[in-house]
Structures are given as C-alpha cells and as structure tokens.
Design a protein around this ligand. Structure first.
Ligand SMILES: *Cc1c(COP(=O)(O)O)cnc(C)c1O
Length: 391
C-alpha cells in the first residue's frame, strides 16, 4: 500500500489498535471524489447523481455520501427506503430517489425522510396515489422498462398514463428514468433500442427531467445523457465498459495478513478437497482472508467446476510481485504460492494485496467468474477500514 496521506487525514472503523486486524480495507475518498468529478465531466451538460445503494457498493454509506456531497452531488439514488433514511442526515438538502419504489407499508418511511419513490409498476402507482390522496402533493419519479424486464411501467403503460385525461393533476413526476441492460457492451443493439423506447416515453412526459445512463451509459455518449446521469461502479473505481482500459482511479484496497509461511514438497496437496497438488517443492503463505470476507470461493486456484473460462484463479500482490492463489479458498484462510519470491522475503505479519492499485479489482473478479460489483458488495464486516479523507 503506497499512499502519502498523513495520519491525521485517516479515520478508521471500527476503532482499534493498528496491528490487531487480520485484514484491512483502505478506502481512498479522494479517488472517489475524483472519479465522481470525472464522470460529471463526461456527463457533459447533464447533472450527475451519486448512486449509494448497498452501503455505497460496500465501501460505507456515510463516508461515501459525505465525500460526494462535498464534491457537489445533490441527487442520490439508493435501493430501499431504509437506505434512504440512513442517507438523509448526510445529505440534508439532497434529493434522494429510492429505486425499489413504494410498497404498501413503506409510505411513512418515505414521508418522514423526504424520500422520492421511483414508481416501478402500476400496483406501486396505486399505492403512491392512495398515499398522496391522504397526505397531499408529493414528488415521485417514474421508471419505464425499456427492455430489461426488471422495474418500471411498460412503454405502453407509461404512454397510457401520460395521456390519461383523468390522471390526477397531483401526479407530477419530477423524473422519468430507465435502465440499460447492455451498456457495458457499447456495440450491443439493445442500447440503441432502449434509447429509442426511452425517447418515446420522455416525449409523452414533456417537461419532465429524464435519466437513462448508469456508468456504462455515460461512456456511450451524449445521446444517452439526458438531464441526469447515475454512475455507480465507475465512481467506486470499477470498470464500466468491457474490453477497454479502465480510466478510473482505484478506490478500495483490500489486504490480508500473512499468518505463516510453510515449505511443502512436490506431490503434496493444498487445502480442502486436495484439488491442488504441488508440481514442485513450494513455499506457501497462508493469509487471513476467506469467503466469509467476500474473498469468494470461486477465486480458488483449483476445484471450481462452475468457472469455465479462467483455469488458474486469482493472484495477490506481495513484495513487488503477483503471486498465484493455490488450492481452495476457505472460510477464513487462503493459500498463496510464494515460491518465486526469494526465501525469507515473506514473513508472518506481512500484508498481501488482494485487490487495489497493483491488482485491479476487475481482474480479480474475472478470475472468480464474477464482476467487481460482487466483490465490493460482498466485503463483509471483519476488515478494519481506513478512510483516507478527500482534501
Ligand atoms: C445500480 C444502478 C445504477 C448504477 O449502475 P452502475 O452500473 O453501477 O453505474 C444506475 N441506475 C440504476 C437503476 C441502478 O440500479
């Protein structure tokens, strides 16, 4: 881990002595702010929201929200009303959109915390209408499904709603939005098709602000930007577009302590299932990290039948070198083959980088047959978390 931040600009959670921790996360809030600003710049004339669902993609809601608010974000997206309530104190005058929308029983959570439901179906629309009939005028957003078959009114339902002569005057969405299914693949024909459908829907709601682009959508260009963009993963340092260099700064560094280093002979086996059999005399480092920390079992060096495309598993970064994971990842422990590092280099207590500036998170994710979103949102509670404050 190389950073030049002085100690006073670092806050840690949970509080504890340095040295007690088995694994640590370093979250670079300056990089987070820089990434958001870059996405805002790429969004051109559109405003740029901050997407903070799932504890801000696992990095911590409060520090992420505080940093992006200071960087200038005033529109926020979360998944659930409970996440909106948790966000409200950090973004007192921000507009907080709740992507899962309002269901019966959740109404008060919205009203008490000034949250904007993103209406996701005609049933949700009925719940919202009933709630505001009692309460009076209240903002909402409308999601239109343009091809993903996830949340949103169908284009037909949205059109019917827009043209409904008895539509209550009180129903006035502040935003109409849709979500791209294939934005990470710029040449996919779904992108253009969804754009066309979304344009038709926005024309029906003339004068209402519109939002289509997630991170990948921002990279698809101006046509996709509309009034508000919603980048998530790229702000957290992930790769939004497949097959292109990732221009974002790494935000999260995950490191685990080496507990011991052992020598093992050719022909011996490593870890559960004895799936790795040594082809040479080896030096093996056992690190205090496992699938209970979101270091997924599918990152294992061998014995993952579901992973078809990559045969070898993840690598870690230690003393200037990438070292392969060997055998299966277990709940709390993982083996790395450090034979190629000079004897005596690796010592108990050293930290191995699992992902971060030297080991791109999207590369690690790929080795596990998954995506960086999954690694971030699976991190778990055992890491000591150090936050480098933005300047
Ligand atoms: C999660 C989410 C986003 C952010 O997507 P990224 O791919 O992380 O940029 C934007 N919009 C909606 C509706 C989402 O669910």
């Amino acid at each position: 881990m190389t950073n030049s931040a002085d100690a006073s600009s670092i806050s840690s959670f949970p509080a504890g002595q340095i040295g007690e921790e088995a694994a640590r996360l370093t979250v670079d809030l300056q990089a987070l702010a820089d990434n958001w600003r870059l996405m805002a710049k790429k969004s051109g004339k559109a405003r740029t929201a901050a997407v903070l669902k799932a504890d801000a993609y696992g990095i911590g809601l409060e520090p992420a929200a505080r940093t992006l608010y200071r960087a200038g974000a005033r529109d926020f997206f979360v998944a659930t009303p409970a996440e909106g309530r948790a966000l409200r104190p950090t973004a007192p005058d921000g507009r907080i959109f709740v992507l899962s929308g309002m269901w019966a029983g959740s109404e008060e959570l919205f009203f008490e915390n000034d949250l904007v439901p993103v209406v996701a179906s005609s049933e949700q629309l009925a719940v919202f209408m009933a709630a505001i009939a009692e309460r009076g005028d209240y903002p909402c957003a409308l999601q239109v499904d343009t091809g993903m078959n996830r949340l949103g009114l169908s284009p037909g339902e949205a059109l019917a709603l827009a043209n409904d002569p008895v539509r209550p005057a009180s129903f006035s969405p502040v935003l109409i939005l849709s979500h791209l299914a294939c934005g990470d693949d710029p040449l996919h024909p779904m992108n253009r098709m969804q754009l066309d459908r979304f344009r038709a829907a926005t024309r029906a709601f003339d004068g209402v602000e519109a939002s289509l682009a997630n991170s990948a959508g921002v990279f698809l260009g101006e046509d996709f930007h509309f009034d508000l963009t919603r980048p998530g993963i790229s702000v957290y340092g992930g790769a939004a577009v497949n097959g292109e260099p990732n221009p974002m700064k790494p935000v999260v560094t995950a490191e685990a302590r080496i507990l011991l280093v052992r020598e093992a002979k050719i022909g011996e086996a490593v870890s559960y299932g004895a799936t790795a059999v040594l082809s040479r005399d080896s030096r093996i480092a056992v690190a205090a990290i496992g699938y209970a920390d979101g270091y997924l079992r599918s990152l294992s060096g061998a014995g993952v039948p579901l992973r078809q495309t990559v045969s070898s598993g993840a690598k870690g970064y230690l003393h200037g070198r990438h070292v392969p994971l060997i055998g299966r990842v277990t709940m709390d422990l993982t083996h790395f083959d450090v034979t190629d590092l000079p004897a005596g280099t690796v010592r108990p207590g050293d930290f191995i980088e699992l992902f971060g500036p030297h080991m791109p998170i999207e590369t690690v994710a790929k080795a596990g047959g998954t995506i960086d979103y999954v690694l971030l949102t699976s991190l778990g509670t055992r890491y000591r978390r150090d936050y480098i404050e933005a300047r």
